[in-house]
Design a protein around this ligand. Sequence first.
Ligand code: FES
Length: 177
Amino acid sequence: MSSQASAVKVTPAPAWAPKPATLARFASEVAKYPADQKQSAVMACLAVVQQELGFVSAQSEKVVAAYLDMPPIAVHEVTTFYNMYNQQSLGQYKLNVCTNLPCQLRNGQEALDHLCSRLGVEEGGTTADGMFTVQKSECLGACADAPVLLVNDRQMVSFMDNTRLDELVEMLKAQKV
Ligand code: FES
């Protein structure tokens, strides 16, 4: 019986290696903690990665783990626990709609559904032009303003009824660079 090697095409993950400037930013974050507690800088280092790469790849998790002398799985646990870390490349604007109970009681799910319908995407999806990604979110800590939405992990917008959602989308489109 002849053995015939089958050609298996493997698509490599995008390579990422920290630049000297990236390592300097890591060092700056590590310096904020006692020398024997540099692992405390893991969230900040992952934020640096995301700012440079747009998301936190499996390879970059390993780089951070090696830099901080942590098991890679421990870094992965941080990445996957917090909404702010992207597991893949997303749209220019990441829109996180809170669907926890206080927001649900004030139409959080309706806000999410309206936004998905308005942009023509499923929850978790990205628009064809790469401009918007819509995700649901756990509590964003602003329950009194429910329902709330977070833009790119930084800008909180409150009391999101359909009119305000439409206005937000138009405003962000107008800001497109
Ligand atoms: S439940 Fe939505 S901000 Fe707390």
